[in-house]
Unconditional design. Sequence first.
Length: 455
Amino acid sequence: MSGKLHVDVTILGGGPGGYMAANRASQLGAKVALVEKGELGGTCINRGCIPTKALLHVCGGILRARLLEDYGVHVDSTGLDFSGFIRHADSVAQAARAQVEAMMEERDVAVLKGTGSIVDEGTVAVSGGENVRVESRSIIVATGSSPSIPPIPGVHSEGVITSDDAFRHRERPERALIVGAGALGLEWGTIYRSVGSEVIIIEMMPEVLPQEDEEVAMYLRGFMEEGGIRIITDARVNRIKRQGGELALEIERGEEIRGDLVLLATGRVPNSQGIGLEGLVEMRGGFVVVDDHMRTGTGDIYAVGDVVGKGMLAHVAIHEGLVAGENAAAGNAAMRREAVPRCVYTSPEVACVGLSEDEAREKRGAGVKVVRCPLRMNGRAMTMGSGRGFIKIVYEEEKGRILGAQMLAPHASEIVNELCLGISAGATIEDIALTMHAHPTLSEVIWDAACRGRR
């Protein structure tokens, strides 16, 4: 395609925020064009959430197979084809991408291959693929993010990769060195350890998951170390050197750690440069500034997802995309952020939503209560041999309204959704305690905790 195209809404980026914005705007009758230079689905489907969870599902099967001996079941090991392991993740990503492509086709969204750049408040120039100028009344920026590369000497040495590169690495590392103990670093550490690699994780902060509840982080660290992962905290990497066939990390306290692969899990930066945003919209630290309606304040230009930075998670981008898509089609939707779940797919999983205990006490003072319930009390966990973990619910003392929850449990990412709904709906501890839960289920741990906390 070349020349000019006239639509109602132009979207830059085909990740979760972009394709959901396209879906919603089209659903409301708008004519939509979506510009994407790579594959539809963005980081989440192609290099992030979906393929890593496919690998972690297999890793869970490996762990269960190892435990079968304790249950009287003897399984002969046939080894691991690491390349096939990665190909499985690729095939899952391909299937998920096909679903997005089908959605765009069903909604009659014009998908343009190339790089989009904003010329003015109503025009986007597409180049590097389909050379076309798209004119529209609304523009939605959903360009996502890229791995942050820390300024460490030697960071570009051969064998130093990011999570975006990991699926191109087809050989199992003997020893994987992971820089960063956030969700990404811990999940890749879980993957590599499950397939037999030696794993060392280095984190500059005092504890893993530095943005999450300290108690959850401490227990998770203990479980991961029990599983054979070495975790070094309060340590900065000063230099990366390639020596022969190995990589050596020098950390500031004088230790040198060697491995054959270094994975950088040091955060992400917004893709906001070079697309015409400079001088057009307000930006802070590279992130586009928006209001609750995802408007930038410039014309009818919106921004969603990682480029905004208000929780760099796929489900946040999805909901921001729905809001922006509706508003670009003449709606007046607004984001709600009181119940954003944050999950880490380790073994066991971590899930948090709402306020932590410390945050609640800082904001609410003395009128906050916390109830805890260990997972070992849960009947379904007993049947699974997975009693490690706990839940804690943070709530108002006076009215019992739920403010937040943190949990460490198998399938915590599934269990937490009940509490997301509870917080959004203003539910109380009493409401949960009076709600019948199926038995035996892992989600009963929420009910058990609520029963402990009710008056």
